[in-house]
Each structure stands twice: as C-alpha cells, then as structure tokens.
Write a protein that binds this ligand. Structure first.
Ligand code: ZN
Ligand code: FE
Length: 255
C-alpha cells in the first residue's frame, strides 16, 4: 500500500507535510511551522500523529511543535547535529540512518548548507523526499551556516535520487525563484513553460510544491551547474561546478 502525502500550507509561505499509511493508521508530520492548520488537517481526516520528523532548527520549521504534541503525543525525530538547538528529540539521527515507518523504509540524508545539520527524509516507497530548505522548487535555501561547497555536495546527493521522486520542499517561493531562474537560463524551453505554469498556479492560489526531481533537474539553475548554456551566460565555461553554483547563489542573494 502506498502512503498518502498531504501538503499543508502554514504561515504565509511555509509547507508542512503529512505521510499517512492507511493500513496501519500511522501518520508522520514533517516540520511544524504552526500548529493550527496541522491540527485541522489531522482532525479533518480523523488521523492521529505517530511521529514528527524535523528537518532543521529554524523557527518556521519547529515553532508549532509544542502545541501539536499537546493533542498528539508523537515521537519526535531530528538531527543529532542540531539536537542542542531543537526541541527535545526522542530519536536523534545521523547521515545515512535508516528507520522504518509503518513498514516503509525512510532514509536520513544530511543536506547541510542552509544550516549545518539540516537533514532530509527520503521515503523510496512513496517516491518522496522531504527537503525543507535545501533543494526547493526552482531554488535552494540561502547559505546561513554552511558554505557553497557544502550546499553543492548536498544538492548533488539529492540529484542522484530517482528522477520520479517528488520533492516536498518547505516553502512557496517558486514564483520568485522562477523570475530569477529566467535570468540565468533564459532560453531553456522547459523553464519557460514551467514559469508559465507557476504563474497560473499561483494566480489560483494552487501550491507549486511538491515538484518532481526530473523537473528540477531540467529547470532549477541550482542543479544545472554543468549546463553549457548557463556556463556561457556566466562567462565561466571552464569553472568547476561548485564555482558555478556559488556564482548562481550569490546572484540570487543580490536579486
Ligand atoms: Zn530554514
Ligand atoms: Fe524555512
């Protein structure tokens, strides 16, 4: 039985996700930007929470946790590296850890860069990876704590997952990301058509998250350091991939 994934808009532009296995009745929550919409999503479906999987320590990913746990006393997982600045964890994970959620294998991947100790949860049977502020739809998180090298390494790991993986990222930043992406890769036909779809989706308040890894590989400039067109545009034909990534990240910061 495949799991069901529910995307929950929170705050002004955050997403939390539920992973639900109907057979066992177990439900996991990924990140807790605020309690109210999450409690409502659970109540609407008659689900109770079994686990919470935290990606990183920023307030917009954890601040609703205490209130959610009051109603749903679930087991909390997070990064061991982050444990000192996260709410109390029941289980602290390291890169490469695997655990079972209701018969489904979950793989923990360190994707440091945005923060040190940011982790992703990859659920192969669900074809889903919960990336929060690492790989995002047409973007990636800002480098608050890590270096460009670290983020590039993290994105390169994610890029190797199966292309049909759903990228469940933590924010609705896609429209702004598309505007920027078009300055880096203006002649990419897939990016041009995706940008139009994004404008249409946002005009009707439809989430653009999750996206697919295949689509990100084809259109997300932060994954496309090897593209000859992008290299030519940046005048960096001979540069290592990581330098191309760093240049794109720096331009986005100033955009
Ligand atoms: Zn963050
Ligand atoms: Fe965030």
């Amino acid at each position: 039985m495949p799991v069901e994934i529910v995307t929950i808009p929170c705050l002004s532009d955050n997403y939390a996700f539920l992973v639900h296995d109907d057979q066992s009745g177990q439900t996991a929550l990924i990140d807790v930007p605020e309690a109210r919409p999450i409690l409502k999503a659970l109540q609407d479906r008659g689900w109770s929470l079994s686990e919470v999987w935290i990606t990183h320590h920023h307030a917009d990913h954890v601040q609703g946790l205490a209130d959610v746990l009051k109603t749903h006393p679930a087991k909390v997982r997070g990064s061991q590296t982050d444990a000192h600045r996260l709410p109390d964890l029941d289980i602290a994970h390291q890169d490469g850890d695997r655990f079972t959620f209701s018969d489904h294998e979950v793989q923990v991947m360190d994707v440091s860069g945005h923060t040190i100790g940011h982790i992703c949860y990859y659920v192969p049977s669900a074809k889903a990876v919960f990336t929060a502020d690492s790989l995002m739809a047409l973007g990636c998180g800002r480098l608050f704590e890590g270096t460009a090298e670290q983020m590039w390494r993290s994105l390169s790991k994610l890029a190797k997952l199966p292309p049909d993986t759903n990228v469940c990222s933590g924010h609705e930043y896609t429209a702004a990301n598309a505007k920027f992406a078009l300055t880096i890769d203006p002649d990419n036909p897939e990016l041009i058509s995706r940008s139009k779809e994004i404008s249409a989706a946002r005009a009707s308040d439809t989430p653009t998250v999750p996206s697919s890894l295949a689509l990100e590989l084809a259109t997300n400039p932060f994954l496309r350091a090897s593209s000859p067109e992008i290299r030519a545009r940046l005048n960096m034909e001979e540069a290592p991939d990581v330098d191309i990534f760093a240049e794109i990240r720096a331009r986005k910061d100033a955009f």
